[in-house]
Design a protein around this ligand. Sequence first.
Ligand code: MN
Length: 320
Amino acid sequence: MSQKIIDLIEKGRAFLITSHVRLDGDALGSELALCEMLRSLGKTALVYNEDPVPSQYRFLPGSDRIVTELPPLGGYDAVFVLDCSDLDRVGEQAAAIASASRIVNIDHHVSNGGFTDITYIDPEASSTGELVYRLLERMGQRVSKDMATNLYTAILTDTGGFHYGNTSKESLITAGNLVDRGADPQWISENVYDNYPLAKFKLLTLVLDTLQIDLDGKVASMVVSLEFLDKTSALSEHTDGFVDFPRTIHGVEVSILYSELSDRFFKVSLRSKGKLNVESLARFYGGGGHVNAAACRIEGELADIRRQVLDFVRDKVLAT
Ligand SMILES: [Mn+2]
């Protein structure tokens, strides 16, 4: 861990914390735990995100105090950019944030581009939440019940409920320590996973119907069209987790979700089993992520995109 980060926290007075668009449990949990730690040290700290908090994460302590309008950066000693491999991931305010006097990046993505020199990056960590926990320990900070809830949620969600290859001994020990500090695994899981709005379920029934199996049963893919969102009054955030369903099919090694963002523009979410690396595919198209979970955006006709992606999966991902 960079001593620079600890010095900066000790000397600074006011900090802004942000993360990526399309918020997830790791982004939010890490931000909120760090924010509480900074406040407990007597600092001014604020969390800013471009996107509002998705409904299943509104139980996170402190999530109601997150702002979606970027405050003037002049008053802040540094901006913490969490869980982002690239500054562009923060959204439309990336250029404004780039002008901050200091930027600190805490992240665990393999494809981190190194956009600042004050970093704590560990691709071996399960989640950014695990890194924030290490920072708390290193600084000798007490982990409150609220911090424990936020950080447990970060680890839980980024490991897919302790399911993916990043479910390491350290992530489980950290999760155990967080339970010891007051995180309630059943209550957190019920909030995150057993809390679907009905619109999401209706959307899922349409999306499941698009299931396509390719490459001898090894690849399964589904499509979310804008028309489906419209028909079911679902939001794009409701597609979170859909890509995990085809992966559960026997024999499937790679699952893909094509989500239409606008005309001729698709988000491609990728999941894989075992050592198969879908991050390489995402990176090829300008995206990124982790070995078993990655995403990118591709422009074009869906049929062409599917053909290109399947070619890449056959020649590069399954071939290794
Ligand atoms: Mn993460």
